[in-house]
Each structure stands twice: as C-alpha cells, then as structure tokens.
Design a protein around this ligand. Structure first.
Ligand code: ASP
Length: 334
C-alpha cells in the first residue's frame, strides 16, 4: 500500500469559528478521521507544519514547506499539503521552483468551507488530493480542487466563495477526478527515462514589488521601488501590456529603475491570454525601455519565480536571462 504524508498548514479547511472569525485549529489527523473513504486507500502519516491563515503564509513558509516535502519524498510515495486557498497558488508556484526534478506527486488542497461545516467541500477535496497522490502517474506540484487537477505553476484562485475556486491559466488543466473517484489525466505523462535526483533549492529574496496600474498612476510610485530597496518590480499593466507613455508617462521611471539594475517585468491585468508587448505602441515603447515581458505567466508565478531567481544570483544579466528560462520544463525534462 502506498505511503502518503499529509502536511497540514492551516487555512479554512482546518478552521473553526471563534470570536475573532475563522481560525485554523483542526489537525491533519482529525481532518482525515472525518473522511471514512480514505480508509484502505493508502497509509497516511502526518506533519503539522503550520497552522496559519494563508494570508500569513510568506516566502519563509514556502521554504519550510519545500524543505518538509524534500525530506518526506525520500520516504513517502507522495505528499498532500492542506493549505489556505487565498495564497495557495503562490505557494504552489514557489514549490514548483524550489523543488527540482520531482518524480512524485505533491498535491495542494484546501476548501472554501471548514471541514467541520456540514456543507464543506473540504472532505471531497482532501479525498481527491489523496486519490491523485495515490494514482501516482503525475509528478510535480499540483492543486487538486473541486475535482480539477491544476498544474501548480499556472494555478489562480478566481472565486472567493464558489467551490470551483481555482483555474489553470494559459496552460491546460492536467486532469480531473470523476465522481466515481477515477483519476483522469488529459495527457498521459511520460515516465522519465533516467530520473534525476530530487534537489531542494529554497533560497529566495522577497524583495519584489508588484504594482497594479490604474489610469492616473503616478510615476513616482514606480521610482520609489528603487529607493525602498526592492530588487525587482512587476507592473500589472493594461491589456496586452500597455504602459502609459504620455502625461503621467511611466517610462522615464522604468528607465531609472533599470539603470539601477532593478529589473522591471510587465504582465497584464487580464486573467487570460497573457501579454504581448509587440502589438501596440504603449507596449513597444515599454519593451524599448528595457522591460521584460511575462508572456503567459500568472502574477503568482511571476512573483514566485522572481523571488526564487533573486535568491540564486545578484547578477542583473543573469536575473534577466533566467526570467525567460523555462525552469519548470527543465526540472521535468530528462
Ligand atoms: N483565508 C483562508 C486562507 O487562505 C481562506 C481559505 O482557506 O479558503 O487561509
């Protein structure tokens, strides 16, 4: 029988009502006890790593999770991580960079309603997460939620209440879990010919600032990133990546940051389709100013990738060239 480790970190799924709102209190073992269908599916062990609302999960916790998964995978066939939904997509993206050459499943899940709530989605989500981990055909980091199996690198929380809370953005969903519990993969994963050893590289630098533009954003805001000591700036621009280049023209400020060797990445505020700086003059000018295009990545993945890259190197040229590198593809290639 397969051995799966449940790492619990808090979130709504583990929460109970208090005078101060929902607070995580329920242990992994207590959650599993509420799901009789798990009996006989696999051997389950538990690690109570954190007990946080995921609004409080920061890069330090990503590193702690990555390290716990790394240690676990020398013993276990897979890992299920219960996690708050609010920042689960960030954690999933960060784990995708910090854990390299994964050849086992690392499945994050959570819920919109606490596991002890009579209408909870938590039991189904945990059960499906274990089914996916036990199935074992997928390796890498995935979010399993509302019957969907979503690559960790492209996940986004798109609903704050609806049970269908996560989507895979600009990348195919990996699969689904049918009502009868069958794990259906949309593409048959290729087994690695010669698996590389799993490595842990959990170094990061949290000094990345995200700026969401609105009509009228003042250029000084962009420039302030340099004086505040941020090492990279991500601009969530308009549409395909448009940055204002008249009146409150942001490009001189972008120039100044790049001259200070602070890379500037441009992404879009749109949920789908990514950005393309070659279409409009407001994108072409930004590209001429030296910004990097985030292409089809989610903001969550961009932030995690930049923080991880900054943890590996101080060299501006390397940071900019690494930003365009397909690390996830490389970590999964044999
Ligand atoms: N605030 C909760 C959290 O992210 C929401 C959830 O888990 O659904 O921890």
């Amino acid at each position: 029988m397969k051995k799966i480790l449940l790492i619990s970190t808090g979130g709504t799924i583990a929460s109970t009502p208090t005078d101060n709102g929902l607070t995580p209190t329920v242990s992994g073992a207590d959650m599993v006890r509420l799901i009789p269908e798990l009996e006989g599916l696999c051997e389950i062990r538990y690690t109570e790593l954190l007990n946080l609302d995921s609004s409080n999960v920061q890069p330090e916790e990503w590193a702690a999770m990555a390290s716990a998964v790394f240690t676990a995978l020398s013993i276990y066939d897979g890992v299920v991580i219960t996690h708050g939904t609010d920042t689960m997509a960030y954690s999933a993206a960060a784990l995708s960079f910090m854990l390299q050459n994964l050849n086992k499943p690392v499945i994050l899940t959570g819920s919109q309603l606490p596991i002890e709530d009579e209408n909870t989605d938590g039991k189904r989500n945990i059960l499906n997460a274990f089914r996916t981990a036990v199935d074992g055909r997928l390796s890498g980091v995935f979010i399993v939620f509302d019957g969907c199996i979503i690559p960790g690198i492209s996940a986004k929380k798109t609903c704050s209440r609806n049970f269908h809370a996560f989507e895979s953005i600009n990348r195919k969903q990996a699969g689904e879990i049918a009502e009868d519990g069958t794990v259906i993969l949309y593409d048959e994963p290729k087994a690695p010919a010669v698996p590389k050893p799993l490595t842990l590289n959990a170094n990061y630098d949290a000094g990345v600032l995200l700026v969401k533009l609105t009509p009228g954003t003042r250029p000084e805001l962009i420039e302030a990133a340099g004086t505040l000591g941020y090492r990279a700036v991500v601009i969530e621009a308009f549409g395909l990546g448009g940055i204002p280049n008249v009146r409150r023209n942001l490009l001189p400020s972008v120039h100044k940051l790049i001259a200070l060797k602070v890379p500037v990445v441009v992404t879009t505020q749109c949920v789908y389709d990514g950005c393309d700086l070659s279409v409009y003059d407001v994108g072409v000018d930004a590209a001429k100013a030296g910004v990097l295009s985030a292409g089809s990545m989610t903001t969550e993945a961009i932030m995690a990738k930049l923080m991880w890259i900054l943890g590996q190197t101080d060299d501006f040229e390397q940071i900019t060239s690494w930003f365009s590198r397909d690390f996830i593809g490389e970590f999964n290639r044999t």
